[in-house]
Design a protein around this ligand. Structure first.
Ligand code: NAD
Ligand code: UFG
Length: 339
């Protein structure tokens, strides 16, 4: 089986490609390298013995996409490509809507032309906004998003749902990721953010390796056990396996399939600092700071639907998430491209 993986050179896409190859599925990657390094290919090859086919190009380029579909017998698409920095999306809304929304619809149009009607889309728990209750189920309200990034994910979900209701022979799977962290256990692949990391785990890792002085803990007066924000952190390898499970179960059944991919457990910022300190063998320095605008107090997933229907469940602990992140960070202090 050949699967087109857009954004397959990025953090989640690259780890998913490893698991695809290990499952006997052939990934064909397209990526514009706006947030990835080509070196990822040799890292995938070193782990799997197989270098995936890679085309450098943009999902908004219809002619390019048509040629990739024309040249390969692709059966399904996993669509990771997109921009993902919440703060940047506030400053550059047009770029976010163009890349994430327009890009997804150009892709869907090219899929239709090629007769490929199985699509797995990288959505986000951000579509739930600030939830009234936790755990969040797939039936919880969506749409009260707080920034252009979140709205772009919600718009794509809406557009793909409309597509399914108009053309019922599609299999459209919306996977709502909670907080992906961790790295391949080999320490050869992981998250390599450019510039100052926006997200907690890569920031902690860069403090631990000495690239940053201390972590700013955004908010310590939330109504949570220790006052800091609580999230559902999920190991990127569990997330990768969630995609394989989705492809194999619902990927061939027409329908609109929606799943949370999380662990069902919440951890606070200070829980993550403590776990990381244990993993790297030294205390991670932090300072308590004011809340970050737009943040919510707590958010974790109900995992029952994915367990029941996909037969998939996250198995890796926070200790494994922090240990694998540290392994990657300490072996690759500057990420994929040492300076
Ligand atoms: P990433 O930036 O590491 O990967 C995205 C990849 O897409 C990059 O390699 C980038 O070069 C490529 N890309 C971007 N725009 C493109 C375009 N127009 N054409 C072709 N390639 C393009 O991000 P990630 O963390 O691996 O996230 C993958 C997907 O999952 C994204 O859609 C993201 O919004 C979603 N998601 C991520 C998180 C998270 O916390 N990492 C959470 C929820 C959802
Ligand atoms: N945090 C800090 N200091 C930092 C960074 C983060 O204290 O330097 C805190 C945040 O305030 C929050 C928690 O750590 O309480 C997690 O923050 P992240 O930025 O790592 O993650 P978010 O939950 O804010 O958002 C992430 C992705 C979004 C996605 C969302 C839901 O960035 O794209 O998860 O899946 F939509």
């Amino acid at each position: 089986m050949k699967v087109l993986v857009t954004g397959g050179m990025g953090y989640i896409g690259s780890h998913t490609c490893v698991r695809l190859i290990e499952s006997g599925i052939e990934p064909i990657i397209i990526d514009n390298l706006s947030n990835a390094k080509v070196e990822v290919l040799s890292r995938i090859e070193a782990l799997t013995g197989q270098q995936p086919l890679f085309y450098q190009g943009d999902v908004r380029d219809e002619v390019f996409l048509d040629s990739v579909f024309a040249n390969h017998n692709i059966q399904a698409v996993i669509h990771f490509a997109g921009l993902k920095a919440v703060g940047e999306s506030v400053a550059k809304p047009l770029e976010y809507y163009d890349n994430n929304v327009n890009g997804s619809f150009v892709l869907a149009r090219c899929m239709r032309k090629a007769g490929v009607k199985s699509l797995v889309f990288s959505s986000s728990a951000t579509v739930y906004g600030d939830p009234d209750t936790v755990p969040i189920t797939e039936a919880s309200p969506t749409g009260a998003t707080t920034n252009p990034y979140g709205r772009s994910k919600y718009m794509v979900e809406q557009g793909l749902s409309d597509l399914f209701f108009a053309e019922g022979d599609w299999s459209i799977t919306l996977l709502r990721y909670f907080n992906p962290v961790g790295a391949h256990p080999s320490g050869t692949m992981g998250e390599d953010p450019q510039g100052i990391p926006n997200n907690l785990m890569p920031f902690i890792a860069q403090v631990a390796i000495g690239r940053r002085e201390y972590l700013s803990v955004f908010g310590h007066d939330y109504p949570t056990p220790d006052g800091t924000g609580v999230r559902d952190y999920i190991h990127v390898m569990d997330l990768a396996e969630g995609h394989i499970a989705a492809l194999k179960t619902v990927g061939e059944q027409s329908g609109l399939h929606i799943y949370n991919l999380g662990t069902g457990k919440g951890s606070s910022v200070l829980d993550m600092v403590e776990a990381f300190s244990a993993a790297c063998g030294q205390p991670v320095r932090y300072e308590l700071c004011p809340r970050r605008p737009g943040d919510i107090a707590e958010c974790w997933a109900s995992t029952a639907k994915a367990e029941r229907e996909l037969g998939w469940q996250a198995t890796r602990s926070v200790a494994e998430m922090t240990a694998d992140t540290w392994h990657w960070q300490s072996k690759n202090p500057q990420g994929y491209s040492p300076e």
